[in-house]
Design a protein around this ligand. Structure first.
Ligand SMILES: Nc1ncnc2c1ncn2[C@@H]1O[C@H](COP(=O)(O)OP(=O)(O)OP(=O)(O)O)[C@@H](O)[C@H]1O
Length: 695
């Protein structure tokens, strides 16, 4: 059969909707003029069309072998296609109607945190992960996430044939991607209900530009959650569940946020801050500090954060603010205590560096106004920020610190200014230089070169405005740290801005002993279950077993329990806070503390060693496997502490020494005297570089 005869038979059948299988001659009878196909086929190129040829072959095959008229099949396919189209149209129309009248919807934009919560939850749903339409995302592990050691110990083999060093080259390759629902419609069940999820994306034009300041298109993603029924309640429950699950993972973490990039800060509110870290909570007991001081700070913050406090403050017309100044030499635990406090109270920590050259006073105000209701704001090394007083403020300033002297010179002539600044720089060269000093110098240098930059630097009044101006967000815990409290402007630390000053000192002998014990005590996992985490964490610290026979037993957790009348009385006699508020009874009394302590087996180490260096490593590893019994550890710790002159070494220095002898308490004790003598000699000589022998 040639193409002309085929068309003669097929076309009239389809057009006329008749079925005369195999009767090609009837086609022409049904109206197609004789010879028309013969004329059209070459014109349309049908004779050479491979598809037509294929169609012809199939037509013949089906017709001849199955005895079915292929036209029926074509008609059926056409019908199915049309039905499908019709169904799609009807479904869309009915779904739109149902959505409008019988379904509740909630939209979540990707610019909101809930989007991240929901996506994480969806990615963890087995049904979703098995969906046929997914988006794969690279999900690298964070620094603090648990890893399967066996996967990593595919170490590089040393020349002596031993597997000594870890190798992480395949780490990224092994990391599993995260699968989330792709763009489009999805459905799933949750809590016995059927939910529809639509993930959609649209490009929005941003005329003000992004990081480069050029107008650009930005992708905006939205998740639309729907469920049957006229109430959005089930969707709200789902979102709440996703949020809870998200924060369940973060409960043992402290989220650290810093100001976002300048371009993002323009958008304000939640765009002002960006999460930079997500670290495990630092247990309060790991910060070695006078117990009295710890209890005092904990009680103070606990009282301030209590839900009844805002009313109490409001009734008395006092601004709801609490500021703390942590001062002391470098490495004495100021930052550590700030993080431990954030962990105890389950708060996020917002760190601001006033040295950030991109930070303007307007930014600072905006940052403070976009803080959440409860959080810890950490202003680190406030003395190095080069806070300037404005000219007006200068005249009234009685500050005597280097920085403010520098800044109060603004009214003087340039010569005097230069001389003074040279003098101060000369004096500075005699003192210790820190990286922060360098940054400040660079900033000052930059300011001298560009008058426009001058506008950017933060003045003291700018900072004070942010801290307690009208725009400030009340309710936050503000912690300022400094190495030089005496250089701070009085205005900055006056009561109302700084309510509690905490002095940190170099390690006492007791603290040296405690640091030693903390470093070498067997690893424990402490789980606290109760309703009031802050107070229980206090209890965690306070009810920790005595570290050694040499330490005085810590007060019992009940020593900080509140009485009904709201008076908080610490039986250790340290703090008495009376809030005079009859109807409030806070802090709430301590409830049950459940502790489970698990001793972790040391990781097995199999080393095949040949040379001396590796043998020593092996000995150290063997020693590392030995967990000293508590009395023995206490004895060694006391001997160690006796070798450390009080007030000469910062806890950070001691920690550095001990870390180099990690898991080797006896070796630390054996080497401490040499180290102390060496470091003291170096300090005397003004050197900052430690020889290898004294490290
Ligand atoms: N009192 C302490 N108890 C336990 N560890 C401490 C203590 N002080 C310092 N450290 C350790 O020393 C290191 C530095 O401590 P941290 O940053 O808290 O000191 P800092 O006083 O804030 O120093 P800087 O003034 O230089 O910012 C940390 O690793 C911390 O664990």
């Amino acid at each position: 059969m040639d193409i002309n005869s085929l068309l003669r038979s097929a076309l009239p059948t389809l057009v006329g909707n008749t079925s005369h299988a195999g009767n090609s001659s009837s086609a022409t009878e049904n109206g197609l003029p004789e010879g028309l196909l013969d004329t059209l086929s070459p014109l349309l190129g049908l004779q050479f069309n491979p598809l037509m040829k294929l169609f012809m072959i199939l037509h013949n095959l089906v017709g001849r072998n199955l005895g079915i008229d292929p036209t029926y099949i074509l008609t059926l396919v056409g019908f199915v296609w049309a039905a499908n189209k019709l169904w799609a149209q009807l479904y869309t129309a009915f779904y739109a109607l149902a959505r409008q009248y019988f379904m509740a919807n909630i939209e979540v934009s990707n610019s909101d945190d809930i989007y991240a919560h929901l996506m994480k939850w969806l990615a963890s749903q087995p049904k979703m992960v098995d969906s046929r339409s997914l988006t794969a995302e690279t999900a690298s592990k964070g620094a603090w996430e648990d890893e399967d050691e066996s996967e990593l110990m595919t170490g590089r083999v040393c020349s002596d044939g031993s597997d000594v060093y870890l190798n992480f080259s395949s780490q990224e390759a092994k990391a599993l991607p995260r699968f989330t629902p792709a763009l489009g419609m999805h459905s799933f069940w949750f809590g016995g209900r059927y939910f529809k999820l639509q993930r959609k994306q649209e490009a929005l034009f941003d005329p003000s530009g992004g990081a480069q300041g050029m107008p650009q298109y930005k992708d905006k993603e939205t998740l639309v959650l729907s469920c049957f029924g006229r109430s959005p309640g089930p969707i709200k429950q789902l979102l709440q569940h996703a949020k809870e699950q998200y924060y369940l993972d973060h409960q043992a973490k402290t989220i650290v946020r810093r100001p976002a990039a300048q371009a993002m800060r323009r958008y304000g509110h939640r765009h002002s801050w960006q999460q930079v870290a997500d670290r495990p909570v630092r247990p309060m007991k790991t910060v070695v500090l006078d117990d009295e001081q710890k209890i005092r700070i904990l009680s103070d913050v606990n009282e301030y954060l209590h839900p009844a406090t805002p009313r109490w403050y409001a009734n008395r017309g006092i601004p709801l603010r609490r500021g703390y100044l942590f001062h002391g030499p470098p490495g004495t635990g100021k930052t550590s205590l700030s993080f431990a406090l954030a962990g105890v109270f389950g708060l996020d920590i917002y760190v601001i560096s006033l040295l950030d050259p991109s930070l303007t006073e307007e930014d600072l105000l905006a940052l403070f106004t976009s803080l959440p209701r409860r959080c810890v704001v950490l202003l680190e090394d406030i003395d190095t920020a080069g806070l300037k007083r404005t000219e007006d403020a200068d005249s009234s300033s009685s500050s005597s610190d280097d920085d403010d002297n520098k800044n109060s010179e603004e009214g003087q002539d340039d010569d005097t200014k230069d001389k003074k600044s040279k003098k101060s720089r000369h004096q500075k060269s005699k003192k210790d230089w820190k990286v922060s000093d360098l940054a400040r110098e660079l900033k000052r240098h930059g300011n001298n070169n560009s008058s426009s930059d001058d506008k950017k630097s933060i003045s003291l009044s700018g900072l004070l405005n942010a801290i307690d101006g009208v725009a400030s967000h009340e309710g936050r815990v503000l912690i300022m740290t400094t190495n030089k409290p005496e250089t701070l402007d009085e205005a900055l630390i006056r009561p109302g801005r700084v309510d509690l000053q905490v002095a940190f000192t170099n390690a006492t002998q007791d603290q040296s002993r405690e640091l030693f014990v903390r470093m070498y005590e067997p690893e424990t996992t402490t789980t606290i279950t109760a309703r009031d985490p802050p107070l229980l964490a206090m209890a965690d610290h306070l009810s920790a077993p005595p570290l050694s026979p040499f330490s005085s037993p810590p007060p019992s957790p009940h020593s900080v329990a509140s009485s009904k009348d709201g008076n908080m009385t610490d039986v250790s006699g340290i703090t008495e806070v009376n809030d005079d508020d009859d109807d409030d009874s806070f802090p709430p009394s301590l409830t049950t503390v459940t502790r489970t302590t698990k001793k972790q087996a040391p990781a097995p180490l199999t080393l095949t060693l040949k040379n001396h260096h590796l043998q020593r490593q092996c000995q150290e590893a063997e020693e590392a496997q030995e967990d000293l019994p508590a009395p023995e550890l206490a004895r060694i710790a006391a001997q160690f502490a006796a070798c450390i002159p009080a007030g000469q070494f910062s806890p950070a220095e001691l920690q550095g020494f001990l870390l180099k002898r990690k898991k080797m308490p006896r070796r630390a004790l054996a080497e401490v005297e040499v180290w102390v003598a060496g470091v003291l000699a170096l300090k005397k000589g003004g050197s900052r570089v430690l020889a290898l022998g004294v490290q």
